[in-house]
Design a protein around this ligand. Structure first.
Ligand code: HEC
Length: 444
């Protein structure tokens, strides 16, 4: 098992990049959907209420169309609304592995509220046809669902936004402090405005392009829907850059790098292009730019969530560096372990090999060659003194030239010294072994 754990990769810079990508992907799937659900429900409620006060057939028909178009069936709700939210805490949990922070808890906290809100909206939609008899119940259900969603997203957005401000983490034990911050409030207002902007563009896209509903059969209704959708998208796309800039200006300095600035500028630019398209749609006799404006509004969501994820990564760069050095250290340790294991496996041979290759050039055990017979000199040595001598030969016996430094590595010195002393002990029997023993004790 120990052996296996050597191959598990510690979180590194690469790993964090992948998590950033996953977070953006989750937001890109989830946020446009939930924004359209919130925007369309709020509009449907307003239209229903107006129709209730002063019957207006177009209003009632559009409310019905909105409810049937945007919430989607059970599968849509699960894939776009539920699944991404369940994945989100895991991504952030991986990012902030081992630094359990209060904001992480706040990412999980709003999730049940969001599910409950979606369930309320399903019931709200189901009670639409019976609204004449149970108007208050119908509207109450819608209000409850909207309130749950808006409240939950306020908490979710603020905890994600606050992860971009590591210095303040220690103060975030309290939920109220988490929410009361201009940066957070601007981000939330941005989200609400973006919800109405994408709903406006979505009305045009889904009702004129996507579905084969008979919107266009009735030219009067079609003109009403076109003006309603385009007018709303125009107004909110104009307002969006304001909140975007307020949000950017109140973000802490640590979050900024070239990419983040570029994303903020791209976001404003995209809103302007969509506003222009909506203006053209209002002036024309038929809706225009249906697909391109919807793609652009999705890009608005993607750039804004990439901005947030990048900003969070920048703010926590130190954390990334920490993980990186830790991974590097672990890697070196693993390699050192492997090397040591290999050395241990071949250590017995290393001593003998070195002796045969190097020492045998000048020494024999019992004969005099260039150097003295080793059996004669080894009794004077312990393992430690022999190692010291081999690292730096500096003695001179009468009748011999000085021994040149054999230039061995530490591992070779240790191995050859051990090999020789044990060899000598074995060759000269117990008596010699005793001498070495006593000498070892003396040197100690
Ligand atoms: C180029 C020849 C040469 C090589 C290679 C060589 N030696 Fe020596 N060695 C000598 C000579 C010459 C002396 C005698 C110098 C002296 O008086 O210490 C000596 C002396 C020694 C001594 C005794 C030192 C003392 O005076 O107490 C030891 C122990 C020794 N060698 C071990 C080794 C070992 C182990 C190796 C292999 C790693 C080795 N030598 C390789 C030439 C060599």
């Amino acid at each position: 098992m120990d052996f296996l754990s050597q191959f598990i990769i510690a979180p590194s810079g690469q790993h964090l990049k992948l998590l950033e990508f996953l977070a953006v992907l989750i937001y890109a799937i989830h946020l446009p959907y939930i924004a359209m659900v919130i925007g369309s429900t709020a509009l449907a409620m307003w239209l229903t209420f107006s129709d209730h006060e002063l019957p207006t057939p177009h209003f009632a028909r559009l409310a019905d169309d909105l409810l049937r178009t945007f919430l989607g069936n059970g599968l849509t709700m699960f894939v776009l609304g539920v699944l991404p939210l369940l994945a989100l805490p895991f991504v952030y949990g991986q990012w902030f592995d081992e630094v359990l922070l209060a904001p992480l808890g706040y990412i999980v906290m709003p999730i049940p509220g969001i599910f409950l809100g979606l369930a309320c909206l399903r019931m709200y939609r189901a009670s639409y046809s019976g609204r004449k008899t149970a108007f208050n119940r119908h509207m109450g259900m819608g209000l409850l669902g909207l309130a749950l969603l808006l409240g939950s997203y306020f908490v979710l957005i603020s905890s994600v936004t606050r992860l971009q401000d590591p210095e303040k983490w220690y103060r975030l034990k309290n939920l109220v402090i988490l929410l009361l911050n201009w940066n957070v409030i601007y981000k939330f207002l941005y989200f609400v405005h973006a919800a109405f902007a994408i709903t406006g563009v979505g009305i045009l896209f889904f009702m004129f392009r996507w579905s084969n509903r008979s919107t266009v059969d009735d030219p009067e209704y079609a003109a009403f829907v076109r003006k309603f959708g385009a007018g709303m998208a125009l107004a909110f796309c104009f307002a969006l850059p304001v909140f975007n800039l307020l949000y950017v200006f109140t973000s802490p300095d640590v979050v900024f790098d070239g990419t983040v600035y570029l994303l903020a500028v791209a976001n404003v630019f995209l809103c302007m292009v969509i506003a222009y398209m909506m203006l053209a749609t209002l002036r024309a006799r038929h809706p225009r730019f249906l697909v391109s404006s919807f793609v652009l509004v999705l890009l608005v969501f993607i750039t804004s969530s990439t901005f947030d994820v990048r900003a969070m990564a920048n703010a926590n760069r130190e954390h990334a560096v920490l993980l990186e050095t830790q991974a590097e250290k672990e890697k070196m340790e693993r390699e050192a372990n492997i090397e040591a294991a290999m050395a241990a496996a071949s250590g017995a041979n290393l001593g003998e090999e070195t002796f045969n290759k190097v020492c045998m050039q000048c020494h024999r055990f019992n004969e005099k060659l260039v150097g003295p017979p080793l059996a004669q000199v080894l009794p004077n040595y312990t393992l430690e003194t022999l190692k010291a001598f081999l690292a730096n030969p500096n003695k001179s016996m009468a009748g011999y030239p000085p021994m040149p430094n054999p230039g061995l590595t530490q591992a070779q010195i240790a191995a050859v010294a051990e090999y020789e002393l044990s060899h000598y002990k074995a060759a000269s029997g117990g008596a010699a072994a005793d001498t070495t023993q006593t000498q070892t004790e003396v040197t100690k």
